[in-house]
Design a binder for this molecule. Structure first.
Ligand SMILES: Cc1cc2nc3c(=O)[nH]c(=O)nc-3n(C[C@H](O)[C@H](O)[C@H](O)COP(=O)(O)O)c2cc1C
Length: 363
């Protein structure tokens, strides 16, 4: 047993943000509870190729866990096929006042209103550069980009793309956090078109200076009305048609809705709700985007995944890849392996010969 195991039970007694900070610190020190090298053994049934990248299995860590790229290598070593670092903002900013993260233990959920606390792009890219030099080939790392609270417009995203394109396997334009005022308005209409034009241009510039074509993804909220989803899909499909546009969607971020089933005392805290109560809503929106994009665009399904069956349902609803955050925070590293094994078993039970065959099977 190492220090990571020893502090496991202690973490649950600490305020959630303190516990999270301690976990990142421990992982950054290489304290992984002996659970390393978990991608050395892989089930061939779970392998896939998306955006030209080889995923040993479809399970990744969602954005927000390693906001400042402090523990990417150890997180991959725990058995995630990919880790999404960030959200990172161009300039450092403290985020909202504490407390800003709440456990809803009885609901297997979390509410957070961090508001993009970030050490900024300088510190972030410096660490990511070290990661690329020392952990190259260990796994896939995406970077989730945001904007500073007091920035107007969308230039922050373009600068994130320029700075991170040489370092990331994929980039995410995050317009769906509920904790930065006005951010989610960028998901619709002319604002979305303008934003996409800017970030795609920034990528083109990176390509013309000798860089690779880094896949660009858009992360969406689960609270979009049907007409909004249709409008977004229209813009995305138009942008993707020429082969130079958006390459995929992540569905979804946290929800501002509060299902009536919530029991925990923190249920009325302001912020985004994640975990078990988000599963149905985010899966329904995922299924809808699979339909609206005619299965032509790879989707990452995220929201309430806590088992192999949940991951399987996301894939059957249209996800090429799956991410989780809240269940990992509650259950720790052993969960990753359990999900992978269970998913492999479910595919075998259904006589499926590759995970890619199951994508959209229920859509
Ligand atoms: C504490 C916390 C912080 C988060 N921070 C971010 C973030 O910085 N950027 C982002 O795109 N999503 C962020 N998310 C959302 C997650 O990436 C994910 O979309 C959401 O939690 C749903 O997945 P889950 O139910 O497995 O947690 C955060 C979630 C939590 C719980």
């Amino acid at each position: 047993m190492d220090a990571f195991h020893a502090i496991g039970p202690l973490l649950r007694l600490l305020p959630p943000e303190t516990a999270h900070g301690l976990s990142i610190w421990a992982l950054g020190q290489g304290l992984t509870g002996g659970m390393t090298g978990r991608n050395a053994v892989c089930d061939p049934l779970l392998e896939s190729r998306v955006w030209g990248l080889n995923f040993p299995h479809p399970i990744g860590l969602a954005a927000g866990f390693d906001k400042n790229a402090r523990a990417l290598g150890p997180l991959l070593d725990l058995g995630f096929a990919f880790v999404e670092a960030g959200t990172v903002t161009p300039l450092p900013q403290p985020g909202n006042p504490r407390p800003r993260m709440f456990r809803l233990t009885a609901d297997e959920a979390v509410i957070n209103r961090f508001g993009f606390n970030s050490e900024g792009l300088d510190a972030f890219t410096q660490r990511l550069g070290v990661f690329c030099d020392t952990w190259s080939g260990k796994g896939i790392v995406g970077v989730n980009l945001g904007r500073n609270r007091h920035s107007a417009g969308t230039a922050d995203y373009a600068s994130g793309v320029s700075r991170c394109a040489p370092l990331a396997d994929y980039l995410v334009i995050n317009v769906s956090s509920p904790n930065t005022p006005g951010l989610r308005d960028l998901q619709t209409g002319e604002r979305l078109e303008g934003l996409l034009e800017q970030v795609i241009t920034a990528r083109d510039v990176a390509i013309s200076s000798g860089g690779r074509r880094v896949p660009l993804l858009l992360k969406l909220a689960p609270d979009l009305a049907l007409e909004e989803r249709e409008a977004i899909a229209g813009v995305i499909m138009e942008s993707a048609a020429g082969g130079s546009g958006i390459d995929g969607l992540i569905i979804s971020n946290t929800t501002v809705s509060r299902p009536g089933s919530l029991r925990s005392r923190h249920r009325d805290e302001v912020g985004g709700l994640s975990g078990r109560p988000l599963f149905d809503l985010s899966t329904e929106v995922l299924r809808d985007f699979h339909r609206l994009t005619e299965g032509k665009l790879p989707l990452i399904g995220v929201g309430g995944v806590a088992s192999g069956r949940d991951a399987y349902l996301k894939i059957r609803a249209g996800a090429s890849l799956v991410q989780l955050y809240t269940a990992f925070a509650y259950h720790g590293p052993a969960l990753i392996w359990r999900i992978r094994e269970e998913l492999g078993d479910l595919l075998r039970e259904d006589g499926v010969s590759s995970v890619t065959e199951a994508i959209g099977a229920d859509a």
